[in-house]
Design a protein around this ligand. Sequence first.
Ligand code: SAH
Length: 244
Amino acid sequence: MRMRKSLGQHMLVDRRVISRIVRYAELSEDDVVLEVGCGTGNLTSAMLRECKVVGIEKDPAMVELLSKKFSKFVEEGKFRLIQGDALKVAFPPFTKFVSNIPYKISSPLTFKLLKSDFRLAVVMYQREFAERLCRDDNRLGVISKTYCRAELLEVVKSNSFNPPPKVDSAIVRIVPEPEVEVRDRELFEKFVTFAFSMKRKKMGNIVREFKKRYGIDVALEENLAEKRPEELGAEKFAEILVEE
Ligand code: SAH
């Protein structure tokens, strides 16, 4: 089959990487995998040997190709395909999320995943995104730690894809157990977002600006006033409270 390069989509073609992803996901017969962006179905095919798969794919041409390629699995009830935008359609029930996702929706898709019920996720991201997700010196990393533990398993070179993207990718394991407990999620997310939008400022200053902007007095440990948001860590952010 001829690859349609105009889509700007990068199909994962390295079989060794595909089989490692399947291994990381520890799939068993009673798993139902949700795969977003099945593309030409290379990863899908490897997973269908282990368990049921539900795919969400936006591109009608890919949907047609996948329906033909996996018609036997569809008949057997092992593969189901939902045509649509993964950010818009409701996620069907699933036990694990395993995908080489469309990178441009990494952030909203990850938060949609984190708000769903699942046991384990193994996700291919752009390397830079994967690294931010696994650290806690940035908004994405700090907020995600109140939903899950994320661990970077391996960096994947761009020549594992066809066509090769400009940047490296990385595989991340996500376990939906909060690394830190948050007291007031709404306040926490609002404050974290605000703090990281004011990068060069120190926390004491950020707390004052937050009060000016939203009229909310927040309590944060006093000795943090001289620190910058990227030095604070998820745990300290999570302790934030409205000052009584
Ligand atoms: N998983 C495949 C393809 C990855 S490319 C592989 O490993 O080879 C990303 C795929 O996501 C493409 O097939 C593209 O059509 C699909 N896609 C892009 N945006 C999407 C969206 N919002 N919802 C669902 N699928 C999407």
